[in-house]
Design a protein around this ligand. Structure first.
Ligand code: ZN
Length: 136
């Protein structure tokens, strides 16, 4: 698993370092995910000139994976931002996407609580009470 974690971190970091662009399309975040089928997909945040109209990097990576694999499930995901390629946690909206396109064992790379390095957590720990359609 450690090799896979390093693989997704490196992919996210390399992508944002290559494509970082603060103006124009505002590429400031990259995500990389590994599916249970063993394939790696990356995505960039998609900014627009209207600041409230944007798409997170995680969702663009998920969209690429869904288009490529009918039975896609996220095994592991990492997110990096800015030229320095800092690792960051997915936002709340993306946690819903990750939970829906993964399973309870899907892993997410997050900054460590002690600010040294990173941790790997289950999405079910990051989003313990996800949105459900059925509730009375
Ligand atoms: Zn997000």
């Amino acid at each position: 698993m450690k090799k896979e974690v390093e693989q997704v971190i490196q992919a996210a970091r390399e992508l944002i370092q290559q494509r970082y662009q603060k103006d124009g399309h505002h590429f400031v975040v990259a995500a990389a995910l590994l599916t249970y089928n063993g394939n790696l997909y990356t995505g960039l945040n998609l900014g627009t000139t209207q600041p409230s109209v944007a798409m997170c990097a995680e969702t663009s990576a998920i969209a690429r994976a869904v288009m490529a694999e009918e039975d896609m499930k996220i095994k592991l995901i990492a997110v990096a931002r800015d030229k320095e390629a800092y690792l960051v946690s997915p936002c709340g909206r993306c946690r819903e996407f990750i939970a829906d396109y993964g399973d309870k064992n899907t892993l997410v790379v997050v900054p460590a609580d002690n600010d040294k390095g990173y941790d790997v957590r289950k999405i079910s720990d990051l989003l313990p009470v996800k949105y459900e359609k059925k509730c009375q």
